[in-house]
Design a protein around this ligand. Structure first.
Ligand code: HEC
Length: 167
């Protein structure tokens, strides 16, 4: 996601005063990351209003037999099973793209066709993964590996995933 030009300006202005090329790379990297985190938090705000992350943390008990939450650095947020993919960073991510996870073909196809997880798609999928894929792909014959169906509380779980992924 490109940053708006104004968010970049302070970095550029400061760069021109910096005469230590070695430090510059780290310093700029850090600055960019800070902007990205701030933007992510801003965009996440409306969904936080809908779901309750604390309730979502409890409700995640229903998911953890198959799903862990682990940061890209390998830090475990929730120890869980490996039947399903790591759910860290799901908000805003293209479906079926956790590296190294052996997905069924339908979710990969849906992701390639533009399925991205937001509060709405996440809730609809969690309620009925197979039905959702059938509808999304417009095919009755789908290959879907998640057999679990969530009755309620998807918005809370989404808010929880959003809160831990922003850390
Ligand atoms: C019985 C095991 C199981 C349980 C319980 C389970 N899942 Fe899954 N989940 C899977 C599997 C397997 C996949 C991969 C689906 C595929 O490849 O078709 C998956 C995929 C997903 C995805 C898509 C992830 C991606 O990378 O695109 C989401 C979102 C998801 N699950 C949410 C949940 C939530 C939320 C819960 C708890 C309410 C839950 N799952 C409970 C097995 C499970």
């Amino acid at each position: 996601m490109p940053l708006p030009p104004r968010a970049r300006d302070p970095a550029r202005a400061a760069d021109s005063h910096d005469d230590r090329p070695g430090d510059l790379v780290n310093w700029r990297g850090k600055l960019k990351l800070t902007h990205a985190v701030a933007l992510t938090a801003l965009m996440a705000a409306p969904a936080f209003a809908d779901g309750d992350p604390a309730a979502g943390e409890k409700a995640f008990n229903k998911c953890k037999s198959c799903h862990m939450i682990e940061t890209p650095d390998g830090e475990t947020i929730v120890r869980g099973g490996r039947v399903g993919p790591n759910l860290y960073g799901i908000p805003g991510r293209q479906a079926g793209t956790v590296e190294g996870f052996n997905y069924g073909k339908s979710i990969i196809e849906a992701g390639e066709k533009g399925l991205v997880w937001d509060a709405e798609t996440f809730a609809a999928y969690s309620a009925d993964p197979k039905g959702y894929m059938q509808e999304y792909l417009g095919e009755s014959s789908v290959q879907v590996k998640m057999s679990f169906r969530l009755r309620d509380g998807a918005e809370d779980i989404y808010a929880y995933l959003e809160s831990v992924s922003a850390e």
